[in-house]
Design a protein around this ligand. Structure first.
Ligand code: ZN
Length: 298
């Protein structure tokens, strides 16, 4: 049994209307999810509207939401606030002790990996503030995938098309959604746990660029569809989730209070779906499914 966690930054479940770039968007399955409408999607995926507010007032934010997803600890409730951007000292401490990478390693589950690519510049000019995932990987000694791995078909950039890498001067080829899906599927087949993170959605949400939102969501939806046909869903659970809403409502440049879509496909999907109500339930559900003895399709 293995798990692929597909994380999308800033994707909530909104209502239909001109403010929502997913409304009346062609080929947007499985991302075209609207409030009070659908609970099932392609490949028998189960959609769970998931609470990202976590019992704390204010708009949910990335650092606290991602730390919660990656640890199973309700960080906003524990600390009393949502925090945007990068984790602060208190969150780093939680990530360094309780990340999913560490919890899986302690349970004897491996190999585990983060599919995303880090550039040489990251190591040369190591930023003072790092993402929740980077901090969690470092603490658990999960190796970083680099541009050489990407070129060898063994890593995916967070913008899976490589467009942003090329703009930064990296000598890499543009990748189609199909090609990126193939790389992710092969990593997922070789690891018990694979994480992939996609951030472009949150950036576009803040920019409120409707056209860019529509083309980007279409291509992201294509990546997910191409991934699902390349993955062995009898042996793999694919879990898609987000940290907070944003891109589903371009009438505001802020994050939204909407629930986020968690979608579970493949092995153990009913069992996993039943356990998820908030962002704090993702890590425990993954740990549970990977530590149980026998596979089940229910
Ligand atoms: Zn944001």
């Amino acid at each position: 049994m293995s798990v692929l966690l597909f994380f999308i930054d800033g994707l909530g479940i909104g209502t239909r209307g001109p403010q929502n770039p997913l409304d009346e968007l062609a080929d947007a399955e499985p991302l075209a999810i609207f409030r009070d409408e659908t609970i099932k999607t392609i490949h028998e995926g189960i959609i769970i509207p998931t609470d990202a507010c976590l019992g704390v007032e204010g708009r949910p934010q990335s650092a606290s939401g991602q730390t919660t997803i990656l640890t199973g600890i309700n960080v906003p409730q524990l600390l009393g606030y949502h925090k945007q951007g990068f984790p602060n000292a208190a969150m780093l401490e939680i990530l360094r002790e309780h990340s999913i990478f560490l919890q899986l390693t302690r349970a004897g589950i491996g190999p585990i990996t983060f599919a995303n690519t880090y550039t040489q510049r990251f190591f040369e000019e190591r930023p003072r503030w790092v993402s929740a995932t980077t901090a969690a990987m470092e603490a658990a000694a999960v190796p970083f995938r680099q541009v050489a791995d990407l070129k060898a078909g063994r890593a995916v950039f967070h913008d899976f098309t490589n467009q942003l890498l090329i703009e930064r001067g990296e000598d890499v080829e543009l990748r189609s959604a199909e090609q990126a899906a193939q790389v992710l599927a092969s990593l997922a087949s070789e690891h018990r746990f694979t994480l992939y993170e996609y951030f472009v959605t949150d950036k576009i949400g803040h920019k409120q660029d409707v056209q860019l939102a529509r083309t980007t969501l279409q291509n992201l939806a294509r990546l997910i569809r191409e991934l699902l046909v390349r993955i062995d869903l009898d042996r793999t659970s694919v879990i898609l989730t987000s940290d907070h809403g944003n891109i589903e409502d371009l009438s505001s440049r802020n994050h939204t209070l909407n629930a986020v879509p968690t979608i579970v496909w493949g092995a153990n999907r009913f069992h996993i779906a039943r356990q998820i109500k908030t962002l704090a339930d993702i890590t425990p559900a993954i740990l549970q499914t990977l530590t149980q003895k026998t596979a089940s399709h229910k």
